[in-house]
Design a protein around this ligand. Sequence first.
Ligand SMILES: NC(=O)c1ccc[n+]([C@@H]2O[C@H](COP(=O)([O-])OP(=O)(O)OC[C@H]3O[C@@H](n4cnc5c(N)ncnc54)[C@H](OP(=O)(O)O)[C@@H]3O)[C@@H](O)[C@H]2O)c1
Length: 265
Amino acid sequence: MKIVVIGGTGLIGSKLVNKLREHGHEAVAASPNSGVNTLTGEGLAEALKGAAVVVDVSNSPSWEDAAVLNFFETSTRNLLKYEAAAGVGHHVALSVVGTQRLAESGYFRAKIAQEKLIRESSIPYTIVQATQFFEFLKGLADISVVDGKVHLPHVLFQPMAADDVASAVGRVAVGQPVNGVVEIGGPEQFRVDELVQRRLASLKDPREVIADPNALYSGAKLSEKTLVPGDNARLGETRFETWLTQRAAQIPSAPQPAGVAAVNK
Ligand SMILES: NC(=O)c1ccc[n+]([C@@H]2O[C@H](COP(=O)([O-])OP(=O)(O)OC[C@H]3O[C@@H](n4cnc5c(N)ncnc54)[C@H](OP(=O)(O)O)[C@@H]3O)[C@@H](O)[C@H]2O)c1
């Protein structure tokens, strides 16, 4: 089966492409690096020729409010239009658990807009909402700095390994469209402030994490369960302590995209 992975060079995309190929599928990694740009439409018609499934695991290079909204709206509109023309039978998109509860955040308003376009399109679809990636924990610290200290709320979350995200998205991609949301999460629950402190310690990053009930996540106020998936979520296998011993954990996350500043208060 030909499966086009939009954002196929990214953290999740590159793992997904490898897994699909291991299972005998023709997986095409599509991104600006390979001449496919969903913002302009460049290369899309050619890449989608003969594709049964398109998986969108792209992300905006800028997380500034207007830029990220433009990215997800324009690229999703283009993708769905070219998919309809190519006769694609399943559009899979990666989103975030709790997106609809996070509308105070510019980034999540963009994800809400992306999901809405997909629901309203004529293409059969599955939206996979994942919890935060372990690989993102340092990035979460970086976007939560106020006066040199990391401010995060003491609320629950259930993060997961990027490898488990890619496996779950791959299973969805080769299955039937559910025309709805599939939630995925990690096998354990933590407190956001505590786990980020553990991740920083593992990197020998000396920054202190302050449990701050008023701290915002990407610009949005969190309650106890905003980031926690529901009872039917499919859970990954990799526990945090196991992931820490793996090679992926030795690499601090990439620098944050443009437009990301301290978002607290
Ligand atoms: N971080 C988390 O904890 C988390 C949790 C749940 C869900 N998610 C979602 O997971 C998704 C993927 O995240 P990620 O961290 O794997 O992303 P990433 O590593 O930042 O990769 C982004 C990908 O998007 C591609 N891209 C950028 N602009 C493009 C364009 N105009 N046209 C086509 N492709 C373009 C990039 O291509 P180039 O390499 O060519 O630039 C790259 O392949 C996002 O939608 C995010 O919302 C993230």
